[in-house]
Design a protein around this ligand. Structure first.
Ligand code: CMP
Length: 140
């Protein structure tokens, strides 16, 4: 299996409950390595740009408000088949549907406050990593 990269966000509901380490440990235990990490408070412009693909969805303005409601931790992750590996450990978007042992089943509060974001494809992983990190900040 090739070593690839993905992008992760530890969301405001998780940072508020001091779960950055607990979430990161679950990512690491799943075989992912943190190769870039920064704690930021996203601006409205940053959040709207990041989630532009969802601009027409009814939850867009709530999503942007939530993602700018507190600190987040943006991360680049590396591992074998990283996008799928990360999606498997995150669990389903809605924690009510997430499997036992996943991050969202363990920690998420709701479909909006669902503790983590992860890229859905290799192509989007590169776009999302590049959105938040300069090349020299990603150290694999
Ligand atoms: P994320 O992987 O960050 O990508 C878009 C986010 O929109 C998603 O996780 C959810 O947290 C959030 N969201 C809020 N409401 C909904 C909804 N009804 N359906 C899908 N995603 C939603």
């Amino acid at each position: 299996m090739p070593v690839t990269r993905t992008f992760s966000i530890i969301k405001p509901d998780a940072t508020r409950r001091n779960l950055t380490g607990a979430v990161t440990k679950m990512l690491e235990d799943a075989g992912l390595r943190v190769i870039a990490s920064r704690r930021i408070h996203m601006t409205k412009d940053q959040a709207e740009g990041f989630y532009a693909v969802h601009r027409e969805r009814p939850f867009f303005s709530d999503l942007v408000a939530f993602m700018t409601s507190g600190p987040v931790v943006v991360q680049a992750l590396e591992g074998e088949d990283a996008v799928k590996r990360n999606r498997d450990i995150m669990g389903a978007t809605n924690p009510a549907d997430a499997a036992d042992g996943t991050i969202r089943k363990t920690f998420a509060e709701s479909i909006e406050a669902n503790s983590v974001h992860g890229s859905d494809s290799d192509e989007n992983a590169k776009i999302e990593i590049d959105y938040f990190f300069k090349p020299e900040e990603v150290v694999g």
